[in-house]
Design a protein around this ligand. Sequence first.
Ligand SMILES: [Zn+2]
Length: 233
Amino acid sequence: MGYKISPGMTSQLNPFGPDWSGPVKGTEATSVAEQVEDSLFGKKKPPLLDEDDFPDAAEVLAKLEKYRRKLVHMIGDPEDEYMLQLADGTIAMIDKNGMIMVGIRFLMKFKDNFPVLVGAIGHEIGHRPRRWAEYKKAKPLNMTELQKLCRYEETRADLFAGRALAELGMSCEPMIRFLKDMEEGPHPEYFPAKMRADVIRTGYKEQASKVKIRKNLWPELDKLAPKSHIGDF
Ligand SMILES: [Zn+2]
């Protein structure tokens, strides 16, 4: 796609985005995998909250858990790899071990708009942090290369989110609306919402047409057959 993104651009306030605007700990990181992990997942963790103290949020999270299982199945990873954890001061983020932290304010704001919540955790699961080991053998990157790689990974995550929503029969438009609304805020420095919208819609359309074919040709098998591994390019 023909989008230009300046090298110094920050995604600090990018919804569901990692913070790779900060200094890369180049002296400590010894491999590309570690560099990328530091950049994508090395952000300071938000305060974690105990679900027992927030019964309303726990209820929404329990509903979201059903979708989480479906998403993990779709991407083809073990079911216990991506657990949901209530948190404060974030929208949604994943750490390098696959723990998905969901911000309580975001969760409650969209408790009646599940396509946004499912899209958000779909994006996080789409990062598949354990897959980052693939980069282990590559030589260390400079800042520009690293940022490019992180954007590539962001694109993969958005593509998966779009595909996953299509597979679940949910619209991707509420998630896109949310991304665009966030961009209208006072800090317009993050990844362009228009670009993310195009990627999400591409994933959505592609998967929606596959779902349609499957349901038309194999209506009786569609419910039974596993639908995994839709996360690959
Ligand atoms: Zn992300």
